[in-house]
Design a binder for this molecule. Structure first.
Ligand code: MN
Length: 501
């Protein structure tokens, strides 16, 4: 798992020379105390680095340059304890290449009625200092300079401020990883499918990640080099971790399928590790030289943090990895998912989410079974897979689609329900959920927004993460939640078509 403490967020306090040494020293001391509190709190997952107060355009430009070239610096928190004339910030903000969080706080929580004098007033001016800063951000954005900035308001010790900084820092790490990640495709897209296609060059320009295709034969070569000893060790791990179907146990009729599945998992892992890949795709239409479609292998690689997309879906695969990065260490799982079939009972409408094989066991409720069954399509040997029910609770479905002239992110908030029914003949992992605001409106909105059948399904992160990500990437975001109405959504899509022209 990724250690988020290896990433830095800088804390920069703006001011000017006007105030004199003594006041500026106090500004520094207060900032240091805030940074220490952030680093001591369990809420903020990254390392927060204190930077001495900046007082001039030169200092501001220099600190922006330094942040850009510091490895592992994923974002900058700015705060105007005093008044920092914002023209001093223009050149720095123009070149800053990492996201900003504008913390609108003040050192004291309360007005000290009995003691307040003009010295106090001159030191604690963020109420107007931060307005000056917010103005220049807003104006520069309007002028076409794509500054990513999340505004967080409240006292720095409050739970809600810490939580918002937590979300933003996790997303900043996700965006940082997205910028440099590499994705391997084994084979191309599933034939004729539209939504899994897209412009990989435009994606690299926008998001930074590279997508390159390998012949399945290149992977098969690595799979065939896996030693029997490694396979036996992995099978032991399977047996220790999952409830094995009798035919897969030692001496069982399908034991050879388990051996093959372990070989495939180890081959995939070796290929990805060798090439520095953090995500991949494959397709059942192109498995030349492989005996089964990877099932348990893809499921377990996802659980280890790799991105995965079925049928060549590289956009969803990249997003699975990025969301897993953001969710590092959080409760709840994140998986590749597909809206598969519906329950239209008017008393209990639900979506059944699943895939042919590749659902990540991080979303499982207690029991994970290891089974082997025929696939029905693809004409290969029966693949081994993990079968389980998804956990109940709030979740989001996230889709990244290529609309031709731009990328669009779509989120639907859903509530997963406890799976109480038996599925004696369904040989795949599955989850049941109710879309917001209702089955009818949620599905209609998703279809009108052009959302894919593949999604990233996450119970670890909330819509706020995707909002922050869309801000950092400067892309269109359509949110389908409890407040969505079709009438408003129609207008939103219509307005966005102009805004993102
Ligand atoms: Mn699919």
């Amino acid at each position: 798992m990724l250690n988020l403490k290896t990433f830095e967020v800088w804390f920069v306090t703006g001011s000017q020379h006007l105030y004199g040494e003594a006041t500026l020293r106090q500004v520094d001391e207060h900032s240091k105390m805030i940074v220490d509190a952030f680093n001591d709190s369990s809420e903020i997952p990254v390392k927060v680095i204190f930077k001495p107060v900046v007082k001039s355009a030169e200092e501001i430009t220099n600190i922006c340059k330094e942040a850009n070239r510091t490895p592992n610096c994923v974002g900058v928190i700015v705060w105007m304890h005093t008044f920092s004339p914002a023209k001093m910030w223009i050149n720095g903000l123009k070149i800053l290449q990492i996201p900003l969080l504008h913390l609108h706080t003040q050192f004291n929580r309360d007005i000290p009625y009995a003691d307040i004098d003009m010295d106090f007033m001159n030191l604690n001016q963020s109420a107007h200092g931060d307005r000056e800063f917010g103005h220049i951000i807003s104006k520069m954005k309007m002028g076409g300079i794509p500054i990513s900035c999340k505004v967080v308001v409240g006292h720095w010790q409050s739970k809600s401020v810490l939580e918002k900084i937590n979300v933003w820092s996790r997303v900043a790490v996700g965006r940082f990883q997205m910028k440099t990640m590499k994705l391997a495709r084994f084979g191309d897209n599933m034939r004729y499918v539209a939504v899994t296609e897209g412009d990989k060059v435009a994606a690299e320009m926008k998001f930074g990640f590279e997508v390159n295709t390998y012949a399945v034969g290149d992977l098969v070569k690595v799979i065939n080099q896996i030693s029997e000893a490694e396979i036996q060790t992995l099978i032991k791990e399977y047996e220790d971790t999952y409830q094995m179907m009798p035919s897969l146990t030692s001496g069982g009729a399908m034991r050879s399928s388990l051996i093959e599945a372990a070989r495939i998992e180890l081959g995939l892992k070796a290929f990805l590790e060798d090439g520095g890949y953090s995500a991949y795709t494959n397709t059942f239409e192109d498995l030349h030289g492989m005996r089964q479609l990877p099932g348990i292998g893809s499921q377990r690689l996802m659980a280890a943090g790799y991105g995965y997309g079925g049928e060549g879906d590289w956009k969803t695969s990249a997003m699975v990895h990025v969301l897993k990065v953001m969710a590092s260490g959080l409760k709840g799982g994140t998986s590749f998912m597909e809206d598969y079939t519906y329950h239209f009972d008017p008393q209990n409408e639900m979506v059944l989410g699943s895939h042919m094989l590749e659902i990540c066991p991080s979303i499982a409720d207690a029991k994970v079974k290891c089974e082997v069954h025929p696939l029905g399509i693809g004409g290969k040997e029966d693949p081994v897979r993990l079968v389980f029910n998804g956990q109940e609770g709030a979740a989001i479905n996230v889709s990244l689609v290529d609309m031709g002239n731009r990328f669009r992110l779509i989120v639907n908030e859903v509530n997963a329900v406890k799976v109480t029914e038996e599925f004696p003949k369904l040989p795949t992992a599955r989850a049941l959920w109710k879309p917001q605001p209702s089955m009818e409106v949620g599905l209609q909105a998703w279809i009108m927004a052009g959302g894919a059948h593949h999604t990233v399904y996450s119970q670890a992160i909330s819509t706020e993460y995707i909002e922050d990500l869309a801000e950092m990437l400067d892309i269109e975001l359509v949110i389908i939640d409890k407040d969505t109405t079709i009438r408003n959504l129609k207008n939103e899509l219509r307005f966005n078509s102009v805004a993102f022209k």
